[in-house]
Design a protein around this ligand. Structure first.
Ligand code: PEP
Ligand code: MN
Length: 388
């Protein structure tokens, strides 16, 4: 696809050992692809059906996947949740639902703040995902270690084995695929492989570009433009309509249905205020895109000592606003992108705001952003189905 001069790459770790990094990149370049070109093409076809309004997409999983959860038991539970929600949405909407996990590679995190003050007052580098450093509150553990990129590959390989085992007895469109944010270019670039025609990212069936790295001139967008996989771009509140148009053309120059998803994450009020013009301009002047709703990242609030949470009420409101805006412009609301877990966590809060007291969050286990638990995720998917 498009060849571009690589631009600036924001949000890259300050790797502690450049010699080791080179060796790791060479090793990654010699390993077998994690996913096949055919698997990616099947997801493209399914996404194409969603683009045509004949299917929906349910993308979801942890904010930050953990290496220690790459075992069949933990992954099996995550897949059960994804399949269960997809089945419910499909039954309610009367169309097939494409399940896509934040799985098998969601090991790199962009951070607004490069530093973190831990509860005892020590300041240390922020956690950037298991592929970079450890979330432990220990300055040594926070050093970016390039060897972790190889562990990310190995863990992704294990997760994929469980994902593929779950395909037995399912129609192609109902099979779970894997996706993650293409953030760590020292992982993504060496894993690009030549396919039968185009080059493809062999790190996942689909990757997306985050809201902090979606600059049209930046290295992440250039990377996405250079691979044939279905790709996504997060569309946050600072996205100008003209940026969205340029991104759509740059990332989908051949106007392939299902190639490009815009994953809108603004918060409900901004969806109502800003999204109509973006959707309208992309429809008028841009290339085809699938519109997905991430109702999580525009609804994060800090409480107490900086702990992040998300009010479920605000998440539901954004889902409703998203569907109404898309419908009013005669576009298909093609699906949801959620941070969720089958675990019985209390990370997002169901009580209405403003909080009269700090909501108790006794089972907060996320290494990064607050996830919906099983019940909350079902409520959000149910709301989406009911307003469709
Ligand atoms: C995420 O999906 O975890 C994330 C960091 O999202 P965004 O780029 O939209 O902030
Ligand atoms: Mn997140």
């Amino acid at each position: 696809m498009t060849a571009l001069t690589p631009g600036r790459a924001p949000q890259q770790p300050d790797w502690s050992d450049p010699g080791l990094l080179d060796e790791v990149r060479r090793t990654l370049g010699s390993l077998r692809p994690l996913v096949t070109e055919e698997e990616c093409a099947r997801l493209s076809a399914s996404m194409g059906r969603a683009g045509a309004g004949e299917a929906l997409v349910l993308q979801g999983g942890d904010c930050a996947e953990r290496f220690r959860e790459s075992n069949p038991c933990d992954v099996g539970r995550k897949l059960d949740q994804l399949y269960h929600l997809a089945r419910g949405l499909g039954a309610a909407a009367g169309v097939p639902v494409v399940p896509v996990g934040r799985l098998a590679g969601q090991y790199g995190k962009p951070r607004s703040d490069a530093w973190e003050r831990v509860p005892d007052g020590t300041v240390m580098p922020a956690y950037r995902g298991d592929a970079v450093n450890s979330p432990d509150a220990d300055p040594d553990a926070r050093f970016p270690d390039p060897a972790r990129l190889l562990r990310a590959y190995e863990c992704a390989e294990r997760v994929l084995a469980t994902v593929r085992a779950s395909w037995d007895g399912r129609e192609t469109i109902e099979r779970a695929h894997v996706s993650h944010e293409a953030l760590l270019l020292d992982y993504e670039h060496p894993l690009v492989r030549q396919g039968s025609g185009a080059r493809f990212a062999s790190s996942a069936h689909s990757v997306w570009i985050g809201d902090r790295t979606r600059s049209v001139e930046g290295a992440h967008v250039a990377f996405a433009a250079s691979v044939a996989n279905p790709i996504g771009v997060k569309i946050g509140p600072t996205t100008r309509p003209a940026d969205a148009v340029r991104l759509s053309r740059l990332l989908n120059p051949e106007a392939i249905p299902g190639r490009l998803s815009f994953i809108v994450r603004m918060g409900g009020a901004r969806v109502r205020r800003l999204l109509p013009e973006i959707v309208g301009e992309v429809a008028r002047r841009g290339a085809p895109v699938l519109w997905l709703c991430d109702p999580m990242h525009g609804n994060t609030v800090r409480i107490g000592k900086g702990l992040k949470t998300r009010p479920v009420g605000a998440i539901l409101e954004e889902v409703v606003a998203f569907v109404r805006v898309l419908r009013s412009l005669r576009r298909h609301p093609a699906g949801l992108h959620l941070e969720m877990t089958p675990e019985d966590v209390t990370e997002c809060v169901s009580t209405p705001r403003p909080f009269s007291a700090l909501p108790p969050l006794p089972r907060y286990r996320s290494a990064c952003d607050p996830r919906l638990n099983a019940e909350q995720a079902a409520e959000v998917v149910g709301r989406f189905a009911s307003v469709l």
